[in-house]
Design a protein around this ligand. Structure first.
Ligand code: DAU
Length: 334
């Protein structure tokens, strides 16, 4: 078995590669990653010398790079490569359209050309848009509201159109908010934890009563592996943690976990433009094929805080250079 994983130096992709190599002894993986700001070789230090792992630097939008990574052929492609941060998509949408839509198109063409048996698109619950009540199901209409989620929805639509039009063997997973080790410190949890470790304030957007459904990265990676191996072709599977929390609840847990105080550290700042209030997904379909999340949220969050406390050498270099420019652009005016 040989799989091409794209974007495998990112947060969820690197956790997926580590899991798949550990649990599938006959498997080898080629990782194609463009090494943009969030693609970090340090995420896979522990597997980079494995004879079953090969890294190729390249962009999924470049057909020649994709062909080279596929080489003599692969049995499956799992596409993690994406621009993923909503706030960055508000500052600079174009990169999102290029990677999340056009990059997906290049991969789908490669699946056809090389006769790849399975293609899995890693997507997001954000494509359903703001859900004021109830839980989104896989056949609900897509109502993305940010340049990021609209780009991911565009990718999903291409994937599903290839299934309908060409019979391309595709699967889509839509994950909820993911947390755990190796997450780039621009996202809520790693940003707040690393700020709190440094005794810095944490910027809560608006009233902080927005709701996200939190999923540990190990559960997410297992969900993707499970759908890849057991999902029905042409189908979409929601992969959610079942842990709805407001951002204020998360902030309280992080502040307590880091031994800081809400009063001294929380700053309510100007809200995100077009901020989705709530996401919630129904995961019955993934459960029906045998997947379920197993990490209890409070345990997973405690372990994640401990990981960032123990791995300053991993995140500290990331909070420099480009990140500081971004942080200023994103937060200074707030
Ligand atoms: O739902 C799945 C999605 O979850 C993924 O598709 C995205 O790639 C991932 O980034 C995440 O999107 P969110 O926008 O929900 O994640 P983020 O960590 O940026 O923000 C989580 C919540 O926290 C959101 O309501 C905005 C809020 N927030 C975020 C940041 C970075 C703050 O209040 N302050 C902040 O500084």
């Amino acid at each position: 078995m040989r799989w091409l994983v794209t974007g495998g130096l990112g947060f969820i992709g690197s956790n997926f590669i580590r899991l798949a190599l550990r649990e599938r002894p006959g498997l080898s993986i080629v990782n194609l990653d463009a090494m943009t700001y969030a693609g970090n070789p340090a995420n896979l230090r522990d597997v980079e010398t494995s004879p079953r792992y090969r890294f190729v630097k390249g962009d999924i939008g470049d057909p020649a790079a994709v062909d080279a990574a596929i080489g003599d052929g692969v049995d499956a492609i799992v596409n993690f490569a994406a621009e993923t941060h909503v706030d960055r998509s508000i500052l600079d949408p174009e990169a999102f359209l290029r990677t999340d839509i056009l990059g997906t198109h290049v991969l789908l063409e490669a699946v056809r050309k090389h006769d790849v048996a399975r293609y899995l698109q890693v997507s997001t619950d954000e494509v359903y848009g703001d859900v004021s009540e109830g839980e989104s199901r896989e056949d609900d209409p897509l109502r993305p509201r940010s340049p990021y989620s609209a780009s991911k929805a565009g990718g999903d639509m291409q994937v599903l159109a290839y299934w309908t039009t060409f019979g391309t063997p595709v699967l889509v997973t839509r994950g909820s908010n993911t947390y755990g080790p190796y997450q780039y410190p621009e996202k809520l949890i790693p940003l707040f934890v690393s700020n709190l470790i440094d005794d810095q304030p944490v910027p809560v957007y608006g009233d902080g009563l927005q709701i996200r459904d939190w999923l540990h990265v190990d559960d997410h990676a297992r969900g993707i592996l499970h759908v890849l191996e057991h999902g029905a072709l042409g189908e979409i599977y929601n992969v959610g943690g079942g842990n709805p929390r407001t951002n204020m609840e998360i902030t309280q847990l992080l502040v307590d976990g880091c031994g800081r105080s809400m009063q001294a550290h929380v700053r309510h700042v100007e809200d995100r433009a077009g901020h989705d209030r709530r996401y919630a997904i129904d995961t019955a379909k993934a459960r029906a094929i045998g997947w379920a999340p197993v990490v209890p949220f409070e345990d997973g969050l405690r372990a994640t805080i401990a990981w960032y406390q123990a791995n300053e050498a991993w995140w500290r270099p990331l909070k420099s250079g480009e990140f500081l420019d971004y942080y200023k652009r994103q937060y200074a005016h707030r």
